[in-house]
Design a protein around this ligand. Structure first.
Ligand code: B3K
Ligand code: ZN
Length: 884
């Protein structure tokens, strides 16, 4: 991997001087000496004939270059090939040799467990051949894949298969993709697989052959994934009117993959984590992830492939939009409220953290050194929230009108976020000028609302202020357009109609000034406002709710997010109060209002999964986001205290309800095969997991550790599915119960042959807030299932420790930081992108105390001294140090 240390600027975009209209690629596959012959039809786009052709490359062995069949002169550097040529149109031939088996970066063509596969987004294609490797050069591909006959039963590329022949013991398969595409969407796969097959008939009656390729012997694990493809195809027709456009759609599952999956045109390549599921080995969440990731990649066919990006700064054009689409897909097919809460947790956790840290960037970034660092929560998840706000403002009908215009106008083109927004404006006659600030400004706006109620005039005035803190390179911010969906409730929990200027007011009010007021009339009493219903904008909202206000919202708000947020506010307020108590050496207060809220939830007939979601404490990382300067020790102490107070305060309810839950569970498992991923059962399991954790803790706190161990072991033993199995395993590990060894031993015996499932054990151990966790993590790095070359293993063990176990990771002796530094150093040599990913939890050093901050600085200095530090890691450290 070549390093550049060069930052690119969005505003420096220049259209390409040349384009490649057609490309013919021939691969002679070999593990260490794959020969790639590229024949391209190149067209000059600039009238200036003195401009040479400059191609991108990375780590290539060049064997030959010809222009129009003639040898020619050229200059090769580590990252480019420059060919002086004066023709307007010509044929270019480039021959390179690459070694897929040595490709540990997993970018370009590499070998995953004996199978060839590719990952070319964003800039992997240049590791295959010299090319105009940029997303605004769209070419028609013909691909020939050759290998000794019988070696790789399946040889796949984009588009349709056109020939398959064997000559002199060499088999050659040819694929042709009729749709011009950028190089990042090119894909090749070769290997032996189990093949699953289905047919989909599009609404206009075209037949599509859908194929899924999984490791040999894993076919039974592929059913849910291939069914999800068909559901996605149908849903995109029904909701967006978008039909599949080829007669073949292939999905391949591989074990070594940097990301979750990749939307290569008609040949999606997936991390096996998001494909392989079966009732015995997958959790409910695993099943949901398969549906949403399969949907996501499929939906890219229109939003990403047919309409693609002008440049990488526009990444959110396809990612924000496609995340929005996959969220809608999962919501339409499953439970909308739960899907919304899942998205909110990502925004309030990793996205808010990113937006307040050194890597804060706008949804459409302006400066990028290593593009792989920008596949971020901001570009994806905040990007999806930005699309959701447009949807909220325009309504479903207006949004779909905008989508139709966007797709029809830009089909086959490489475009920008700006093009998307103007299509939305034009189709609906809406002015989104100021709305565009969401694309250009980073940072999380803080919206502060206050209320003035006049009993005499029955008028209720809400003053709404917004302020966005400074972020790197953006000291000042202009006001955003913030859609605030809201209701007013009376003290009995009845909705008060919104009336403004004598007429009914829309439920979505727009805040678009630094400060503004909304006057509601005919309000019979001082109301309780439900603000930001459905989390209608990715902002932090502050309103001086009393505990009584929050109780009313929890019990009566119609919007599920408002009910959830009522509890979240109680929790955060508790943290504020008690972090201060901690600092002043005062005793912690009793979380009375929270205990009451939990008691209400436990005794209500609320949807069980929703209830479990509401009662599961937010992650420590998202709690931290509510503090400007964080006293980590205070947060850790309050967290433990709060949990134990809830456990003690709710002892009777928990014990009774866990008993009920166990009874339902025992009854069900008596009927073999009764396990199903239905909303009812998922609800039961989610609530059972919450109750099991509290019940085990409750027994431990009352001195019955043996009882807790036995309870958890029983839960583990009767489990017929991975969700319940893991609930038991995580509880045993978290609290160090004496049944832990037996559970881990049994799990190991059952699952050490299946590394994807074994990752659950890595995660459980790595995330346990125990003093011995780091040593256990180190031991597990020597386990036969661990492989530092496989990103899934790294994320499950090391990533989970660093980002999912703040108590151990931020240990005051610095052991967590040192461990991560060592690992990043080691990983940097083989896979710089994965190394950068797991470094993230260390970036926010500025918010921590002096001691921790200095220790992290020391770690960064060590890394900066490392020879060949990847651009990816360098960029993160450099930005963090500048941010201090
Ligand atoms: N577009 C790919 C992401 C590629 C990641 C490169 N580091 C998957 C997706 O978002 O659909
Ligand atoms: Zn995507």
């Amino acid at each position: 991997m070549a390093v550049s240390r060069q930052e690119k600027r969005r505003l420096d975009y220049k259209p390409p001087l040349f384009t490649i209209t057609d490309v013919d690629l021939s691969f002679s596959l070999d593990l260490t000496k794959t020969r790639v012959v590229q024949k391209s039809k190149v067209k000059r786009l600039t009238p200036d004939l003195s401009q040479p052709l400059v191609l991108d490359g990375d780590g290539l062995k060049l064997l030959g270059v010809r222009i129009n069949g003639q040898e020619c002169s050229f200059t090769e550097t580590a990252k480019s090939l420059t060919i002086p040529v004066s023709e307007k149109e010509f044929w270019l031939e480039v021959v390179t040799e690459i070694s897929p088996a040595d490709n540990t970066e997993l970018m370009g063509l590499y070998v995953s467990d004996g199978k060839f596969c590719t990952q070319n987004e964003p800039e992997g294609f240049r590791r295959i051949t010299y090319f105009l490797d940029r997303s605004d050069v769209l070419s028609r591909y013909t691909v020939h894949i050759s290998a000794p006959a019988g070696q790789y039963p399946f040889m796949l590329s984009n588009g349709n298969p056109v020939s398959d022949s064997t000559q002199d013991g060499v088999r050659t398969v040819t694929w042709k993709d009729p749709f011009p595409k950028p190089s990042y969407l090119f894909a090749l796969v070769a290997g032996d697989f189990d093949e699953l097959s289905r047919e989909f008939v599009t609404r206009s009656g075209k037949k599509v052959q859908v194929r899924l390729y999984v490791d040999r012997g894993m076919a039974p694990f592929g059913d849910a994934a291939i069914d999800s493809v068909l559901r996605a195809m149908k849903w995109d027709e029904d909701r967006f009117g978008l039909e599949y456009d080829l007669s073949r759609f292939n999905v391949v599952s591989v074990d070594f993959f940097n990301a979750g999956a990749m939307e290569n045109k008609s040949l999606n390549i997936f991390n096996s984590r998001y494909v392989l599921v079966d009732p015995a080995s997958a959790t409910d969440t695993d099943y949901e992830n398969v549906l949403s990731v399969i949907g996501h990649e499929y939906f890219h066919n229109w939003t990403g492939d047919r309409v693609t990006l002008r440049d990488w700064f526009q990444l959110s054009l396809k990612e924000g939009l496609t995340v929005f689409r996959d969220q809608e897909f999962s919501s339409d097919l499953g439970c909308r409220a739960i899907e919304r809460l899942k998205a909110i947790r990502v925004i309030r956790g990793p996205q808010f953290a990113e937006d307040s840290g050194p890597m804060a960037h706008p949804v459409r970034p302006d400066y990028v050194m290593e593009m792989n660092n920008f596949y971020s929560a901001t570009v994806y998840d905040k990007g999806a929230e930005v699309i959701r706000m447009i949807h909220t403002i325009l309504g479903e009908e207006g949004f779909q009108k905008g989508m139709r215009l966007y797709i029809s106008r830009y089909d086959g083109k490489a475009v920008t976020c700006e093009d998307f927004v103007s299509a939305m404006e034009e189709a609906t006659g809406t002015d989104l000028r100021q709305f565009r600030n969401w694309y250009s400004q980073s940072g999380t706006p803080v919206v502060t609302v206050s209320m003035n109620y006049d009993e005499r005039t029955r008028k209720c005035e809400l003053t709404v202020k917004q302020k966005t803190p400074p972020t790197p390179r953006q000291p000042e911010k202009k006001p955003f357009v913030i859609p605030i969906k809201m209701s007013l409730y009376d003290r009995q929990g009845n909705r008060i109609p919104l009336i403004k200027d004598g007429v009914p007011a829309a439920p979505v009010q727009i805040a678009d000034e630094e400060s503004q007021s909304w006057l509601f009339e005919n309000v019979p009493e001082r109301p309780v406002p439900a603000l930001l219903e459905g989390f209608s904008a990715p902002v932090k909202l502050e309103y001086p709710y009393t505990e009584e206000d929050l109780r009313i919202l929890l019990m009566h708000a119609e919007d599920p997010v408002s009910r959830y947020d009522a509890v979240q506010s109680l929790i955060i307020n508790y943290f504020y109060r008690n972090a201060e108590n901690f600092e002043r050496n005062l005793p912690f207060s009793e979380p009375k209002a929270l205990i009451e809220a939990y008691r209400y939830i436990l005794n209500s007939d609320m949807d069980r999964r929703f209830a479990a979601f509401v009662m599961t404490l937010p992650s420590i990382n998202s709690v931290i986001e509510n503090f400007r300067v964080v006293n980590l020790d205070a947060v850790f102490a309050v967290y433990r205290h709060l949990r134990d107070c809830l456990v003690i305060g709710l002892r009777d309810e928990i014990s009774r309800l866990y008993g009920r839950s166990l009874q339902v569970y025992e009854e069900r498992v008596r009927t073999p095969g009764s396990y199903a991923v239905t909303p009812e059962q998922m609800g039961e399991r989610a609530l059972a997991e919450f109750l099991l954790d509290f019940q085990a803790r409750s027994l431990t706190l009352s001195g019955d550790a043996a009882g807790a161990a036995a309870l958890v072991l029983h839960h583990y033993r009767i489990s017929d599915n991975m969700t319940d199995t893991l609930a038991a395993m995580k509880t045993a590990v978290r609290y160090g119960l004496s049944s832990e060894a037996e559970i881990l031993g049994d799990f190991e015996e059952k699952w050490s042959g299946n590394p994807l499932v074994f990752d659950n054990l890595f995660r459980a151990v790595a995330m346990a807030p125990r003093p011995d966790t780091l040593n256990r993590v180190r031991d597990l790095m020597r386990h036969k299932c661990f492989d530092i070359g496989n990103p899934n293993r790294v994320r499950a063990l090391i990533g989970a420790f660093a980002s999912g176990n703040p108590e151990c990771f931020h240990a005051i002796d610095g052991s967590g930081y040192e461990f991560l530094t060592e690992t990043v150093r080691q990983l940097n040599r083989t896979n710089g992108h994965v190394a950068a990913r797991i470094l993230t939890p260390m970036l926010a050093l500025r918010r921590f105390d002096r001691k921790r901050c200095d220790m992290i600085k020391g770690c960064f200095e060590k890394l900066l001294g490392e020879p060949d530090l990847s651009d990816a890691v360098y960029e993160l450290i450099d930005k963090s140090l500048r941010h201090l």
